[in-house]
Design a protein around this ligand. Structure first.
Ligand code: T4K
Length: 378
């Protein structure tokens, strides 16, 4: 193969979706002129309405980030004791349980969906279990029906970490309609963002009232503080960025779909590199382009491919490595042992996320694929 130049500058896994400058300055001006910068102002209220509409949920509360939102959800659902979750996720999922004085119980994942394996949940339920915290990893929906059946059978709450699943639908049904609460992250690295931010979606107005109170120090009104809340509020500036970006997110998803299809087309014949296809009946949102490396067939380990790509300025990411169950703070939990989590351990060593965002163009994907072909041993 001919010599191929790397990218002149680091080519990152993502670049944030950006508002138009003139629109941004107009909206900022109106916020500053209003003198209301935080505490559930006009922009936050408007954003909540528009997001509830977009995500197809009855009730939605925005937060300063997804991690605090998860912690508030744990408290609002009155979770206690043990909560079953996946080790193949970002640290925040499991840490939110620990910060809520809950014991995470790790459950292995499915090889195809990369999500918590519902067939293994029942064997992990004890008299201390009060909830399940599954993650729609890379936006692929969990087996929501099966998870709900188990939750109903044992009287457990289901709190979905839908950080990656903004706008995903299962047979036209919004992802937020499953479980008791779904958490979305609006961090700058997500397909839709408010710089930092997050939301909790539910279909119960009483629960929303409690979420709103908990994110505002537990204050109910001028003379009543019902319970120890926290400060989880989003401010007016970030909410207005969110309003502007909501108008752009559909185009972002479409461009990502186009680039994802191109990646699939250009990489599908490479032995030892597995691309993931769309699932019938699912409206995907393309938050990441993850590939799975079989080192024997590909000729390089996932880590070696990651290193080789760096030489060409392609900054791929080993999401989610290390596995949460192997963190220093969790590795001694009985459920964290490697023998109990064989698929998750194998997966964490073989998945690589390649750059994907709406500002990339066709030639970027072609170049990354050419580089991958070049570094793969013959
Ligand atoms: N649950 C799940 C399943 C999650 O994935 C996350 C967050 C959460 C819960 C918690 O939600 P939040 O509390 O964060 O709302 C990033 C994000 O910080 C994190 O939000 C996200 N998941 C996680 C998967 O990824 P890093 O450490 O990988 O990000 P970082 O700073 O390395 O950024 C990745 C690349 O993006 C950079 O190399 C360059 C680019 N970038 C990043 C930022 C922040 C930009 O171009 N501009 C930017 O402003 O964690």
């Amino acid at each position: 193969m001919d010599h191929i130049e790397g990218f002149p500058n680091p080519f990152y896994i993502t670049q944030p979706l950006m508002p138009e400058w003139d629109e941004l300055s107009r909206i900022m001006k109106s916020v500053f002129e209003s003198n209301q910068l935080s505490n559930n102002g006009k922009m936050v209220m408007e954003l909540e309405n528009q997001l509830a509409d977009f995500l197809g949920t009855d009730c939605l509360s925005v937060f300063c980030n997804g991690t605090i939102a998860l912690q508030v959800a744990c408290r609002a659902l009155r979770l206690s004791g043990e909560v079953i979750t996946t080790p193949f996720t970002f640290a925040a999922t499991v840490h939110a349980l620990t910060w809520s004085n809950l014991k995470p119980v790790f459950c292995d994942i499915q090889e195809d969906s990369l999500n918590l394996d519902p067939d293994l949940i029942e064997s992990l339920i004890t008299e201390k279990t009060t909830g399940i915290l599954p993650v729609h990893v890379f936006g692929t929906p969990c087996n929501v029906e099966k998870i709900q059946q188990i939750a109903d059978k044992y009287g457990l709450k289901v709190l979905y970490d839908a950080a990656h699943a903004f706008g995903v639908k299962i047979k036209d049904k919004p992802i937020a309609s499953y479980g008791d609460i779904s958490m979305f992250s609006f961090h700058a690295t997500k397909i839709y963002h408010t710089i930092e931010g997050g939301a909790l979606a539910c279909n119960n107005p009483y629960l929303k009232e409690r979420l709103d109170s908990l994110r505002n120090f537990g204050i109910n009104n001028d003379s009543t503080v019902k319970e120890p809340g926290t400060n989880g509020k989003l401010n007016e500036i970030q909410a207005s960025v969110g309003l502007l970006l909501l108008k752009k997110v559909q185009a972002e998803i479409e461009q990502r779909k186009y680039l994802t299809d191109l990646y699939r087309q250009l990489l599908h014949d490479l032995s030892g590199l597995q691309v993931y296809q769309d699932i019938e009946g699912i409206r995907h949102n393309y938050p990441y382009f993850a590939v799975k490396i079989d080192q024997h067939q590909f000729g390089l380990t996932r880590d070696e491919l990651h290193e080789k790509l760096l030489q060409y300025n392609v900054i791929s990411r080993k999401y989610f490595y290390p596995l949460c169950s192997n963190f220093q703070c969790y590795k001694d939990l009985p459920s964290a042992s490697e023998t109990k989590l064989p698929i998750a351990n194998k997966t964490a060593n073989s998945i690589l996320a390649l750059p994907l965002h709406g500002r990339m163009c066709e030639s970027d994907v072609k170049k990354i694929c050419t580089i991958i072909r070049k570094v793969k041993p013959k």
